[in-house]
Unconditional design. Structure first.
Length: 468
């Protein structure tokens, strides 16, 4: 076999391959054998039909077509290996010559992983938020914990902010009560913002038995988007009673004997959370600078496929689970289709560029992934997916996704190398030491950059918008 490769652009090549006919012998034999099993000829046992009879009855062309289809993947793979390129996706194959008994010639065009030059990243500098936990932060954390242990008791007074009211609702549009606009015994905490706009003002000051009417735009249901006249009747007012903030509460709500110890632990946990957030922020900002330094050609077909995959995932999975259409989602976010397409494309480019660049750094630094690192990553991925480790591992193996997980861990290690070489300072001008940063955390940062679509955060906020 002879093969030559022509570079069409930095991300696409064309192979020209010539195969002497004798190298098709195995595929020709396999073709005759396959046809033998599929046809019957009177006077011959099944599977024992001579080749000359098959040629006469069914045509030599059918045999050649079967043989070529069998042989092409093997010769294409040989050409790829000889050229030492990394193809992306399926090739576009064109048979240019087929002379029976003489020659098979074909071309194959395919996108390839581009050659990427690793830029000098030793001069990268980024600024991150300082790790500061104030007394106010600690008090807020304790108050949230205190709120989870709150009790309620019915009171004979007007409702005020923070009270829990039991209400009946009735919504009318154009004077007609909506079929899905009536609800009874709804529990609502005044000031939570979890129901209709305007309801807080309507119920504040009402006692049990009192009612009020207000106008609000409906965000869902049969009259979505229309202004409705909503009547709300308060049937019960309950006051939330918070436990005393003392040592007894600390013993009830935590493993500590004193309130002081519980507050100290709360401060330590908040510091750990902010340090984790700071490290993630550093990784994200270093990655952004690293990407800016590199020239990475993007295969157009790969980019097109990635954009379509992200759109499909958002529309049919994320939004579908929320009961939203893409059109409604864009309306809530105040985005045009053109803006959405541009953002999705931008994020797809970033994801592909991140993979190519970090994969090249993995190769350059000869970074390996051991079993312990892979297992830790699998455990975290299982936890985020809501599956047990065994279920997730089984799904990964059945879906042949182990190489994907290995790649995620390796890219995390590559990013850790870049972050370690960068200069990171906080907003107070203090240099941040990230030499002992969690490589698994870096893997999560990379995964977010590679897989997150342009509207992921907005999609998460959409249900809140719907509820207002």
């Amino acid at each position: 076999m002879k093969s030559a490769v022509e570079t069409l652009n930095p991300t696409r090549v064309r192979f020209t391959v010539e195969v002497p006919f004798e190298e098709l012998k195995d595929s020709l034999d396999a073709a005759y054998k396959k046809i033998n099993q599929q046809v019957t000829v009177k006077g011959f046992r099944k599977g024992k039909i001579p080749a000359r009879v098959i040629d006469q009855r069914f045509g030599r062309g059918a045999v050649l077509e079967e043989a070529v289809n069998d042989a092409l993947p093997k010769f294409y793979t040989e050409a790829v290996n000889e050229a030492e390129v990394n193809p992306l996706g399926q090739p576009e194959v064109d048979i240019t010559e087929l002379k029976d008994g003489e020659l098979l010639a074909f071309t194959a065009e395919v996108d390839i992983r581009p050659t990427v030059e690793i830029p000098d990243y030793t001069g990268i500098e980024v600024e991150v938020d300082a790790v500061e936990v104030t007394d106010e932060d600690v008090e807020k954390s304790i108050e949230q914990l205190r709120g989870r242990f709150a009790t309620t008791s019915v009171v004979e007074r007007a409702a005020a902010e923070g009270d829990v009211v039991t209400i009946d609702l009735e919504a009318k549009v154009d004077g007609e009560v909506l079929e899905d606009g009536v609800a009874s015994d709804v529990s609502y905490t005044i000031g939570s913002g979890e129901l209709l706009e305007g309801i807080d003002e309507a119920v504040t000051g009402l006692e049990a038995g009192g009612e009020a009417t207000f106008t609000s735009q409906l965000k869902g249901g049969s009259a979505e988007g229309k202004d409705a006249e909503v009547t709300v009747k308060v049937t019960k007012v309950s006051a939330r009673e918070l436990p005393e903030l003392d040592d007894e509460f600390a013993q009830t709500a935590s493993e500590f004997d004193t309130l002081a110890d519980m507050k100290a632990d709360s401060r330590k946990r908040l510091e750990n959370m902010k340090q984790y957030d700071q490290a993630t922020q550093a990784q994200e900002r270093v990655l952004e600078k690293f990407l800016e330094l590199a020239e990475v050609p993007i295969p157009e077909k790969l980019l097109e496929d990635e954009v379509n995959t992200r759109k499909h995932s958002l529309e049919h999975h994320q939004l579908g689970q929320m009961g939203l259409t893409l059109e409604k989602y864009l309306e809530i976010q105040g985005k045009t289709v053109e803006e959405f397409d541009a953002e999705t494309r931008e994020q797809a480019v970033k994801g592909i560029k991140t993979q190519f660049l970090l994969d090249e750094l993995v190769n350059k630094e000869k970074l390996n992934v051991n079993q312990e690192e892979l297992t830790e990553h699998l455990m975290r991925r299982a936890q985020s997916s809501g599956m047990s480790p065994d279920q997730f591992a089984q799904a990964v193996v059945e879906g042949n996704q182990v190489p994907m997980l290995v790649g995620e861990v390796a890219r995390g290690k590559a990013l850790a190398v870049v972050v370690e070489a960068a200069k990171v300072t906080d907003t107070n001008g203090v240099e941040v030491d990230l030499t002992d940063e969690d490589e698994e955390q870096a893997a999560e940062t990379v995964e977010a950059a590679v897989n997150a679509d342009a509207t992921e955060d907005d999609a998460a906020e959409a249900p809140a918008e719907e509820a207002k």
